[in-house]
Design a protein around this ligand. Sequence first.
Ligand code: CTP
Length: 408
Amino acid sequence: MVRGKKILLCVSGGIAVYKAAALTSKLVQSGAEVKVMMTESAQKFVTPLTFQALSRQDVYWDTFDEKDSSKIAHIDLADWADLVLVAPATANMIGKLANGIADDMISTTIMASTATVWIAPAMNVHMYDHPAVKKNINTLFDFGYRFVEPSEGYLACGYVGKGRLEEPERIIQLLDLHFSKKTNIETLLKGKKVVITAGPTREMVDPVRFFSNRSTGKMGFALAEAASELGAHVTLISGPSHETIPTGVEFISVNSAEEMYQQVHSVFKEADIVVKSAAVADYRPIEVFENKLKKKDGNLVIEFERTKDILMSLGELKEHQYLIGFAAETTNVEEYAKAKLEKKRADMIVSNNVKEEGSGFGTDTNRVLIVTKDGSINLPVLPKVEVSKEIFKEAINQMKRANQDERS
Ligand code: CTP
């Protein structure tokens, strides 16, 4: 599975650098295209020439040494990679990556890359156990970085314990698994019709004024992008949003909760999965004035009525459809999610605490809790498209389980 993949191997300085040479050789033999980047200290252990000969590619270590004047090397390498692998990853390199320090070619390139990053730590057992390293590893995990756990055994420093760079064969096995999962996931929603609602709704008071909320549509548009990438036919029904419509997605623009209700119901019968990520207004002004309201002395009182609960109405109608609702909470996230799951007859509620950092309105990331009848799954802070893929993975797992239960 690593065959044909572009792997940027980042080698930081520790005794395990010699293993990175073996790793380069094995990756190349497995058919991967490997480019190597080294820190200054890594070069104290093994020279770039070794990696150049094994990878049959230039080796990079100086951000300012531009080999080709038509390109900026670290950006070019960041864009080139299908996967970035830091092996061995020292405590120092892990610390830099976790804290946004970009002061050498590896840390700068990783910051500029959108490819999946795998980290294979190697260090002394006490360093690996140090709270600073643990904290940095957790931070990177929350960024969505993956880890090849170091193995236990005799360490070059004389200690026996956890901290040895995993064997090259095992690292390649893990990368193989990563790419094979990726290939499978690309067809996860093939043949499925997915309806997604996004953004806020606007409830008009008069021709120039409305009530709305802080939703930007980012989560719903990310869901549409992810569903489309996973092979689904996607209909995105959205309230006003500045987000770009993902390619290949059928788009329906709405304003009010009532319009959203009508549009969702018009496509519901044919849908396999419906995701209600829109922040639908719960109330709307009873009276919508035909002309602009002119100000007068004293207070203005506007009376509101409840809008239709779209998710609940779908819960009552649903046949084969898998229904996913969203809940933005500030307290008791799991408790409220479970209550909504039941009340709205949804199959999944994706809940988040909008007060938490990295979650909520207008952010590119989200930390969510997925609640289904089978239990709850806590996801780390991830980019919204990655959160979306995890949501669809769990939905498909549940749909498969339900089919099996029906047959048995
Ligand atoms: N929803 C809907 N129609 C509405 C209101 C909400 O379909 N009129 C959907 C949202 O798209 C979301 C879920 O219901 O999937 C949110 O549940 P809701 O109970 O409305 O959340 P809150 O508005 O946060 O409600 P509460 O005040 O009860 O916390």
